[in-house]
Design a protein around this ligand. Structure first.
Ligand code: ZN
Length: 151
């Protein structure tokens, strides 16, 4: 396990599209472990692989302590409702803004064993799903901010 360096705003890597994981290799498992360590070390509640410079569709989220969610090749399959809440990003330290997101989001992905899993999240978890999956397509929360970005 290791703490990885987090890519910061201004680095063009953050705007790149991540590729699907075709095979869950020991390298991908180690990436998941290192990403969880890095996210916790930075006091974040989500991290996408692109934020540690790896252009693969891999995400970790932990909005409740000890409830780590690992997502490989995630996709949103359903969403409903609306929320306007404050959001930040480990790649944009010190910046905050109010985003427009669905209130409930259902995500399907592979887990580390290659099994299809489904998660339903509301409120903060729904925001985290949207935020982290956006990263896989090169999008940042500042792209969907309503009004001003605060810093
Ligand atoms: Zn982010």
């Amino acid at each position: 396990m290791a703490i990885l360096q987090i890519v910061k705003e201004g680095d063009p890597t953050l705007r790149k599209i991540s590729r699907p994981v075709e095979e869950i290799t020991p390298r991908i498992l180690r990436l998941l472990d290192d990403m969880a360590d890095t996210m916790r070390h930075a006091n974040g509640c989500g991290l996408a692989a692109v934020q540690v410079g790896v252009l693969r569709r891999v995400v970790v989220i932990e909005v409740a302590e000890g409830e780590l969610i690992e997502l490989i090749n995630p996709r949103i399959v359903a969403y409903s409702g609306k929320q306007h809440e404050q959001e930040g990003c480990l790649s944009l330290p010190g910046k905050w803004g109010t985003t427009r997101r669905p209130r409930h989001v259902t995500v399907r992905a592979l887990n580390r064993n290659g099994e299809e899993v489904e998660y339903r999240g509301s409120d903060l978890l729904a925001r985290a799903f949207c935020h982290e999956l956006d990263h896989l397509d090169g999008k940042l929360f500042t792209d969907v901010v309503v009004g001003e970005v605060e810093s």
